[in-house]
Write a protein that binds this ligand. Structure first.
Ligand SMILES: NC(=O)c1ccc[n+]([C@@H]2O[C@H](COP(=O)([O-])OP(=O)(O)OC[C@H]3O[C@@H](n4cnc5c(N)ncnc54)[C@H](O)[C@@H]3O)[C@@H](O)[C@H]2O)c1
Ligand SMILES: [Zn+2]
Length: 374
């Protein structure tokens, strides 16, 4: 097994995230090194490849755990208090020394983490992210929770895992649409903190897009998104999120706020489209808007705005808003954002690729103009 280990640490927490290949078969052993208890609750969703879930379970059994596998229906609707209650009910026989292992995307990660936070007032949690988004974003940082009908992520807890296992081999079965959602967050990380990674993504995805064009001429079509990212790229992204989270565990000091780059407009688009435009695609559009605003308010060179648009396109991410989405609805949704309700607009801008900060110079009219031209 070759893997990279990243330390995620901050006030009151310290754990490792492993990124590599062939890690699923090692999961039981890695968890056993940290957990003495007898039982493990394996929480997953109904759409995950059966073979993957079985492999995790077998590895846990081999490490001496008694495994209770609990599957919730796939989809965001399962991130609910109803499911929290049902899952906890199925865990009733488990004691305090047990471990909760979440195997799935961000939905399973958030739900299983919340269950771990509240069952017996807190059990150890292990994240085994299986989507690209979960590997580079949701499994790191300790935010767990569930949605209410009144709003997403309205209940939750900060409950850091004791271990994160990101095995890139599992991404082979992930649909391109889901892979793309993860790439949006990777591009975000590149823009806010890593110009080198931006350049790397630009050249590697360009080479692959051109290569596949040559191949499709021969009749075998392919696209960049047929190629899974490697463990190094995952590790690099985990590091970026880990550093920002460590500095600002409870999301208070503003350090973590740069992770919201592209998300103000992105969330507005998600909501205005009735969640028909998925999160990563919405954030892609939100990042284009944020770059437009950054040209005006933070001195971002227009050549870099063009670079961002070019990279997003190479990755199959949208950069033009479909006409069906009503611009006014987006502005309405942004206005309702809790972050804007005190009247003061705070917006993450980038002065150049690789850096970002929270600005107070952006006005509602700047945002409106950027949305109008999207
Ligand atoms: N906690 C945080 O900090 C944080 C950050 C970002 C997002 N989130 C949350 O993450 C959730 C979204 O996560 P997501 O994008 O991973 O979506 P998801 O968890 O809903 O997974 C998407 C789909 O992919 C399937 N899938 C997962 N792994 C697979 C694999 N290896 N092969 C084939 N299919 C697979 C799932 O069954 C599901 O149908 C949202 O609830 C969001 O609020 C949390
Ligand atoms: Zn996001």
């Amino acid at each position: 097994v070759n893997s990279e280990k990243i330390q995620v640490r901050g006030p009151g927490f310290c754990y490792e995230a492993h990124a590599g290949r062939g890690l699923i078969a090692e999961a039981g052993r890695l968890i056993r090194e940290r957990i003495r208890g007898e039982s493990a609750a394996l929480i997953t969703d109904s759409d995950l490849p059966r073979a993957l879930v079985d492999k995790v379970a077998a590895s846990l059994v081999l490490a001496g755990f008694q495994v209770t596998t609990i599957a919730v229906p796939a989809g965001e609707n399962s991130k609910s208090l109803g499911e929290v209650e049902r899952v906890c009910g199925e865990m009733a026989a488990l004691n305090r020394g047990s471990v909760v292992v979440g195997v799935g995307g961000g939905m399973v990660g958030d739900l299983s983490g919340f269950v771990a936070a509240v069952f017996h007032r807190g059990l150890a949690h292990v994240q085994i992210p299986t989507t690209l988004l979960a590997m580079v974003d949701s499994s790191i940082g300790g935010k767990t929770g569930a949605n209410l009908s009144a709003g997403k992520n309205l209940v939750g807890a900060i409950h850091h895992p004791v271990l994160v296992i990101a095995d890139v081999d599992v991404l082979k079965t992930l649909p391109p649409r889901e892979l793309r959602q993860g790439y949006a967050e990777i591009v975000k990380h590149a823009i806010i903190r890593d110009a080198g990674m931006f350049a790397l993504l630009r050249t590697s995805s360009r080479a692959i897009v051109e290569g596949s064009r040559g191949e499709s001429a021969k009749g075998t079509s392919g696209s960049f998104l047929d190629f899974a990212p490697d463990a190094e790229l995952i590790a690099r992204n985990i590091c970026i999120k880990a550093v920002l989270v460590s500095a600002d565990n409870r999301d208070l000091s503003g350090e973590r706020a740069v992770l919201n780059f592209g998300h103000t407009v992105g969330h507005g688009i998600e909501r205005a489209s009735g969640f028909r435009i998925p999160h990563g695609d919405s954030v892609s559009l939100g990042m284009v808007a944020a770059c437009e605003i950054s040209v005006k308010r933070a001195g971002l060179p227009t050549s870099e705005l063009d670079e961002v648009i070019a990279l997003l396109n190479q990755l199959g991410l949208p950069t033009r808003l479909p006409n069906a989405v009503v611009r006014e609805k987006i502005m309405e949704a942004i206005g309702r954002d809790k972050k804007f309700q005190d009247g003061e607009v705070r917006f993450v801008v980038t002065p150049h690729i690789g850096e970002a900060y929270l600005s107070c110079d952006v006005t509602m009219s700047d945002i409106e103009k950027a949305v109008a031209t999207l």
